[in-house]
Design a protein around this ligand. Sequence first.
Ligand code: FES
Ligand code: FES
Length: 158
Amino acid sequence: MICDIHFKLNGAETVYKGDPSARLLDVLRGELQLTGTKCGCREGECGACAVIINGRLVNSCLAAMGSLVGSDVMTIEGYSTTERFAVLDRAYAEASAVQCGFCIPGMIMASECILASNPHPSETEIRTGISGNLCRCTGYNAIVRAIGIAAGEGSGLW
Ligand code: FES
Ligand code: FES
């Protein structure tokens, strides 16, 4: 079955014409060529594919296109044009929080959701906020530090 699905993608009105059961992750990385969103497990376990839908962190490997009608989807490509991203980018660099980089797009989207709901999170709240995102390079401590730095330096942005 082919459907027209209207939604917003990185601020632009978008129409997807295709199978409503297709996974958002596959559509992003395939026909939309937005390959910043990574594919790890395809089972909702690793967070590499995390995007923000209507302000909430969602694993795009578990989101069917048919569920997106009228939704507002932000991927790392759209987020990377924002001032908030620039603060996080600098903080991740300052904390040396990036090793191979595979988990980082998902971690950045999780970081945004943590700070958007709580601009001054405790370490425990940060660790809880990234608990659905796996880093194979075991960079968690540096990532937690980076989010803390961003919280301090981005004061007023979140
Ligand atoms: S690829 Fe989606 S959670 Fe791992
Ligand atoms: S930096 Fe390599 S998986 Fe996180």
